[in-house]
Design a protein around this ligand. Structure first.
Ligand SMILES: [Cu+2]
Length: 155
């Protein structure tokens, strides 16, 4: 399986979202964060969360980093002609007083080149980098991939 195939498969499987609020600053709040356990045979993971911008101006997520990987990228999944496509993105804009959801079918963070696979129940520390705004550190749980029946609707 090549990398793109793996990503498509993980999207179709779907996962349960986490429930705990994981980090807060005064201006940017991250909640419902979780990362996927690494699929055996791969060295990648992906991370999802809600990012709440509580300010009266927009903020821009420009990247993320982690001590488990030197390569964390912003990606976007979208359906094009019935095919799930994944593209790297430079940034994510979050409007004033609004919420951006990083989720399997949209924007997400891809973590590459893991030295050790991420295991369920482990905590993953991520640092989110914003333009003209302090970094936000989050600690999110690693969750195993669970099958969701609804995820098998093919569009
Ligand atoms: Cu991706």
């Amino acid at each position: 399986m090549d990398f793109r195939t793996i990503m498509v498969v993980t999207v179709w499987l779907g996962v349960f979202a986490g429930t705990s609020e994981v980090a807060a600053t005064e201006n940017i709040v991250v909640e419902h964060g979780y990362a996927r356990a690494t699929i055996p045979g791969t060295n990648i993971s992906s991370a999802y969360m809600n990012i709440l911008n509580k300010m009266d101006k927009n903020v821009t997520l420009v990247g993320a980093s982690s001590d488990v990987s030197n390569r964390v990228e912003i990606h976007e999944h979208s359906m094009e002609n019935g095919m799930m496509k994944m593209r790297q993105r430079e940034l994510i804009n979050i409007d004033a007083n609004s919420k951006m959801t990083l989720q399997p079918s949209g924007y997400h963070l891809m973590i590459f080149d893991l030295e050790k696979p991420l295991e369920p129940k482990q905590q993953l520390k991520l640092t989110l980098h914003f333009a003209k705004q302090a970094d936000v550190e989050v600690n999110i749980p690693v969750q195993s991939i669970k099958r969701k029946k609804q995820a098998h609707h093919h569009h």
